[in-house]
Design a protein around this ligand. Structure first.
Ligand code: COA
Length: 479
């Protein structure tokens, strides 16, 4: 058995073995899984363990997490959920600024921090202290990925330039979030709503008559964190072939624009005539030069609108989003008591309906107002009519099914007690998410120094007195 294992781990040395791999490409999956090298490593044997018991997707991946606030932390938290060992480096005594922002429980880390930094370890290091830099050097040599979202130039000012890091660890992937990519704004500091405005989201959100609007979904921060996570795992995959790390950059403006792709689509369509699916068209309002704000219009080709449901007078969330999808038009007409609209030439085709959308939705709303949003949901889904209830955060927090799938998770924290967090929204069938509470500031400093970096007890004692991992004394702070 031991011999067999050794054989599987042996590297291919000849052209013949490389040819064998190419040949195997046409064979059955099981045979392929048993195949050896692709020239840069070894394909492992297919696991015989049941699904969900073969570890996590990113087991063994170590991340030096230099992130703060929201964009970077969302990225590294996702990677932690996938199994990566995320070591969050924080400034001694202060930590990530969000620990104290929007605090709801006195002397406890805020939900802002705890919900973005679960499943990570926290180590405090003053990167501007020589001994702190020694620790960082060791971390760079040990870790696979450095993730940061400092203001432009801050990492370089610490001495951690790409050239320096690459020399120390050529395999390291250096992943950054910045507000803007190279160009006139590259030096700017950027927060969520700045990115929403610069990425095209705000100008296309809201009602035509009103000002631009930012959205509650954190597409600038969490959206860019998500983009960065994809860049990181892609770079990890490429590293298997190339053996070297690379820089991964996600600009928040780019991330937002990527999510606003359909609006850039509409900008180009404007050159060829009005956007007929926008309610502005059915209202006879001419289009200007840029994509207008479209209220609650659907971004796709199926007209839709937000409609009141029973109880809307007192409940601000008693609404349903109703899509008049063409294939179920007959069902909609029957449901709202307008069976003649199935054959009436003014209503029977999607094109004929376009100039009458306002009237159509007003009629549908007469019907939805007689039902609760959940009743509309049940009735319409039975007929394959796509609708979406407006769920309040209270309803989401209490939703049993979201708890059951691990999308909403309750974790226990030593100073703030139990809190809800969003678990991994990405479900992998062989990699169960690891959702744990966030660490206290510096909770794992000694553990990482000794177990990950191999410092001895006396070296750690030395570091402690040096001030590299402890908060500056009052007099130093004042100075
Ligand atoms: N030890 C010592 N110093 C540390 C440290 C540590 N462990 N960790 C951070 N610092 C220092 C840095 O060296 C830097 O100092 P310097 O400016 O003197 O070089 C400073 O702390 C970090 O500053 P910065 O990133 O500029 O923080 P900020 O609070 O002024 O700005 C942002 C915050 C978010 C605006 C800015 O980081 C940014 O634009 N980031 C990129 C875009 C982004 O991610 N925005 C979304 C945030 S949700």
């Amino acid at each position: 058995m031991a011999k067999k294992k050794q054989k599987a781990a042996k590297k291919p040395t000849s052209k013949a073995s490389a040819r064998k791999v190419v040949k195997l490409a046409g064979k059955k999956p099981a045979a392929k899984a048993r195949a050896k090298s692709n020239g840069n490593g070894h394909l492992p044997r297919m696991s015989t363990k049941p699904y969900g018991q073969a570890g996590r997707a990113l087991d063994g991946v170590k991340i030096l997490d230099f992130t703060h606030v929201q964009s970077g932390p969302t990225c590294t938290q996702l990677l932690a959920y996938m199994g990566a060992d995320v070591i969050k480096v924080e400034r001694p005594g202060a930590g990530d600024i969000t620990r104290g922002q929007l605090r709801d429980v006195p002397n406890a880390d805020s939900l802002y921090f705890t919900m973005l930094n679960g499943t990570k370890r926290s180590i405090t290091i003053d990167s501007k202290h020589p001994k702190g830099m020694d620790i960082l050097n060791r971390l760079i040599k040990t870790c696979d990925i450095l993730v940061e979202n400092f203001a432009p130039g801050a990492l370089d000012r610490m001495g951690l330039t790409w050239e320096y890091i690459h020399k120390l660890n050529p395999r390291m992937i250096v992943a950054s979030v910045k507000g803007f990519g190279p160009g006139p704004y590259e030096e700017c500091k950027v927060y969520e709503n700045v990115a929403q405005c610069a990425g095209g989201a705000a100008s296309t959100t809201g009602f035509r008559e009103g000002p631009p609007l930012v959205t509650g979904a954190q597409i600038g921060d969490s959206g860019t964190g998500l983009h960065l996570a994809l860049g990181i795992v892609s770079a990890l995959y490429q590293r298997i072939r190339t053996g070297r790390g690379q820089k991964v950059l996600c600009a928040m403006q780019d991330g937002v624009l990527n999510l606003c792709r359909v609006k850039l689509r509409d900008q180009q369509r404007l050159a060829h005539g009005p956007l007929t699916e926008y309610s502005q068209y059915s209202e006879g309002v001419p289009f200007g030069k840029a994509v207008p704000r479209a209220g609650n219009d659907s971004g796709g080709g199926q007209p839709a609108w937000l409609l009141k449901c029973k109880g809307w007078e007192t409940d601000p969330d008693a609404y349903i989003y109703f899509i008049t999808q063409a294939p179920v038009w007959n069902e909609i007409a029957d449901l709202i008591g307008e069976p003649t609209w199935k054959t009436d030439p003014d209503y029977a085709t999607p094109k004929a309906r376009l100039p009458r959308l306002k009237k159509i939705f007003a009629r549908i709303e007469e019907w939805t107002q007689t039902k609760t949003k959940f009743e509309v949901m049940d009735i319409c889904n039975a007929l394959d009519i796509p609708v979406g209830p407006i769920l309040s955060m209270k309803e989401i927090a209490e939703d049993e099914s979201l708890r059951a799938t691990g999308t909403v998770v309750e974790v226990d924290h030593p100073t703030r007690g139990k809190y809800l967090t969003v678990g991994n929204p990405i479900k992998l069938s062989d990699s169960p998410a690891k959702v744990e509470r966030s660490p206290l500031l510096g909770e794992h400093t000694e553990e990482v120094l000794s177990k990950v970096l191999g410092y001895s007890a006396s070296e750690i004692a030395d570091i402690k007195t040096s001030g590299a991992i402890t908060p500056p004394k009052k007099e130093e702070k004042a100075a």
